[in-house]
Design a protein around this ligand. Structure first.
Ligand SMILES: Cc1ncc(COP(=O)(O)O)c(C=O)c1O
Length: 400
């Protein structure tokens, strides 16, 4: 039985929403409908399906039952009217821009964002006459926003400095000029923050990260009001076509069932890592919104259930120290991406954010010594030991 009843608890919805025993065979797990096309049995029905007078599946680019089950699950968890899935987080972001922006419009964002997102804003949107500009903070956004701004875009916590944005105030500023308030909720997940409850209009995810949780599938998903999602489905899937495949949808459905359990384990580990290494002599600064020293701590405590699984360290010795640290970690695999059950580590300035160039990186605090840790669900004591050992190599480097 599908459970989209919002009065059920989060864990219940994570397990049941969008799922249920398949009526034809009694299959307990959602079947993978590995088919590109669906017979419509009768020519009149084909015409009605294509014309939108009848709803039903007819081509997987536009809809597929396994993908639909994943969309329903995420919509339920975010408390949204509807959701639409994409082949990647970037597929979702580009579909959003192509659907809701046109030449002459502006997009205002609070940086830093995921490097790929900023790259898309500057390199692709500008080509289509949409100007994307960065506000330094909410006061700056409020001072500069005009009716030309059609979309206000944020991430909270941000990638990679874990800056926190006040969602309710951002939505208020966006709505003062009738702009769409959009947030990338990849880092927080709906378990920790539900931006629609803070007046946001649209929420997107790279499902590749915590929603999937196992590092084995690429995907994206957007939630919001039913009319906005309908528009997005037409432009993003019918006209552009970055559609999620049924195999990936199955992996995400399976992953999301344990999202709340995994997120608590990620948060436990990250809290311990952040507290243990805050003040370590090799580290100039630990970025974690759960630390009371973090500038966004109070807002994070207001709008997040817990503080997430991502921690960044700004190492005193710059790039050399960062490389020595990363090369000496054993449990934290050096790789981009985040939110997997396995711990991951990366150096944003030379990888995910490389294309932004030194000026933007310096302004956004993405220093040569910054390393980002995606704390997995391993025993926190083992992760602490691993980090301690790797930091010894940084200390001995400084002594050389
Ligand atoms: C916060 C955030 N949003 C979006 C993306 C893009 O997602 P994908 O890699 O699934 O296209 C990423 C990728 O790392 C990310 O970290």
């Amino acid at each position: 039985m599908s459970d989209n009843n919002r009065t059920s608890g989060f864990r219940t919805r994570a397990v049941h929403a969008g799922g249920g025993v398949e009526p034809r065979t009694g299959a307990h797990a959602t079947p993978i409908y590995q088919t590109s096309t669906f017979g419509y049995f009768d020519a009149d029905r084909g015409e009605r399906l294509f014309g939108g007078q009848e709803s039903g599946y007819f081509y997987t680019r536009l809809g597929n039952p396994t993908v639909r089950a994943f969309e329903e699950k995420v919509a339920s968890l975010e408390g949204a009217e509807d959701a639409v899935a994409f082949a990647s987080g970037m597929g979702a972001i580009s579909a959003l821009a192509l659907t809701f922006l046109k030449p002459g419009d502006e997009l205002a964002f609070l940086g830093p964002l995921y490097g790929g997102t900023e790259g898309f804003f500057h390199e692709v949107l500008e080509k289509f006459g949409v100007h994307a500009w960065e506000a330094s903070d909410l006061a700056d956004l409020e001072a500069r926003v005009t009716r030309r701004v059609k979309m206000v875009y944020v991430e909270t916590p941000t990638n990679p400095t874990l800056r926190i944005t006040d969602l309710r105030n951002t939505a208020r500023i966006a709505h003062s000029v009738d702009a769409l308030a959009v947030t990338d909720n990849t880092f927080a997940t709906p378990y920790l923050t539900r931006p629609l409850q803070h007046d946001f209009d649209v929420v997107l995810h790279s499902a590749t990260k915590y929603l999937g949780g196992h590092g084995d599938a690429i995907g994206g998903v957007v939630v919001g009001r039913a009319d906005a999602i309908r528009e997005l489905r037409v432009t993003g899937l019918r006209h552009v076509g970055a559609s999620l495949g049924p195999q990936e949808a199955y992996l995400f459905l399976r992953g999301v069932k344990t999202l709340p359990l995994r997120m608590d384990a990620h948060c436990d580990g990250a809290e311990i890592v952040a507290r243990t290494f805050d003040g370590h002599p090799a580290i100039a600064r630990v970025y974690y919104p759960g630390l009371s020293s973090h500038v966004g701590h109070e807002i994070a405590a207001r709008q997040m259930k817990r503080f997430g699984g991502m921690v960044s360290f700004d190492l005193r010795g710059g790039y050399d120290a960062a490389k020595a640290f990363l090369n000496n970690l054993r449990l934290f695999v050096q790789a981009v991406s985040l939110g997997d059950v396995e711990s991951l580590s990366c150096h944003p300035a030379s990888t995910t954010h490389q294309l932004l160039g030194p000026d933007i990186l310096a302004r956004q605090g993405v220093t040569p010594g910054l390393v980002r840790l995606s704390v997995g669900i391993e025993d926190p004591e083992d992760l602490v030991l691993d980090i301690e050992r790797a930091l010894e190599s940084v200390v001995s480097l400084a002594a050389d």
